[in-house]
Design a protein. Structure first.
Length: 149
């Protein structure tokens, strides 16, 4: 650390014996040893506090990174959940969709006018669609026919 060789140590020891004297030399060496121990302890504590600060900073950065990755990973799932939570539309499209929409509007108009539809007016396909819609609402599944896939 200080690049002190054996010859320099011998000179320092000779000067210490001359100025301090052989009687007080052990007491002086003990005092110097205690001060060196205190300085090393303070340096170790200082270094460990800086290492703790660096670790804490790294942990905070890692937490932010993990949170960002988690948000990025769950964003498509949240979007998918929102799509699933949208109300299920019956009649999905195609050539029969316009007719089914017109029939459901006519039935809705009858219900609004106070005339409930008769049990015989609901077709078996419509009853099946109603059961599927109820199953979707009950279990939160988007398509009951695709559950096995």
């Amino acid at each position: 650390m200080f690049d002190i060789g054996w010859s320099e140590l011998l000179v320092i020891a000779a000067v210490a014996i001359i100025f301090v004297g052989p009687k007080d030399l052990p007491r002086m060496m003990r005092t110097i040893g205690r001060y060196v121990t205190k300085v090393r302890s303070m340096a170790r504590e200082f270094q460990s506090s800086f290492e703790d600060l660096a670790r804490e900073t790294e942990l905070e950065e890692l937490r932010k990174e993990v949170t960002g990755l988690r948000d990025a990973a769950t964003a498509p799932l949240k979007k998918f959940q929102q799509e699933i939570d949208k109300p299920v539309k019956m009649g999905g499209g195609g050539a029969g969709a316009a007719a089914a929409a017109a029939a459901s509007e006519a039935r809705a108009a009858e219900i609004a006018a106070g005339e409930p539809p008769e049990a015989g007016e609901i077709s078996p396909e419509m009853q099946e669609a109603l059961r599927e819609a109820e199953a979707v609402e009950a279990f939160g599944v988007s398509d009951p026919e695709r559950d096995d896939k």
